[in-house]
Design a protein around this ligand. Sequence first.
Ligand code: NI
Length: 182
Amino acid sequence: MTVRTLHLLGSPVLRQHAAPVARVDDAVRQLVDDLFETMRAAKGVGLAANQIGVARRVAVVDIGEEDPPPLVLINPVIVERGDELETAEEGCLSIPEIFGDVERHARVVVEALDRDGKKFRAEAQAYKARAIQHEIDHLDGILFLAHLSAVKRSLLLAKWKKARKGQTGYLKEVTPEPAGEL
Ligand code: NI
């Protein structure tokens, strides 16, 4: 397993619609393991392949539950969305130190392939449902900023640009980050 370099806001791969995985082979399993390793090193609760520069439909979610175990999401599709919406603050490992309130479905049912290529269906609520929606958004090239009002988004973008002043490039070697970012 390898801790991979994170791609930050501005990296074109974050805007790409990731391609489906045709077959879950050793290379895909390696990608899954690297996603977990990188997410944990960065103290995140989810990570999508785009965020390590790979535009394939693979993501992981680990909100710290022991049972059920962390989620591996290969070619995930949300097949059910509860009517209830919930607003909560979100962050993203690709946009460090930037947070905004995002409205999400409080309950979703997701279908995906697991690390063995086996299809499964999982229901999630609250924070876990939020993390799943956030990661699947990444696979569609969508960042949480897209869910904010134009005013809020431009405020946060200005804050981001100010914080990034003098820094070039959109790659970040992983060093410990505050917990709780998706
Ligand atoms: Ni994110």
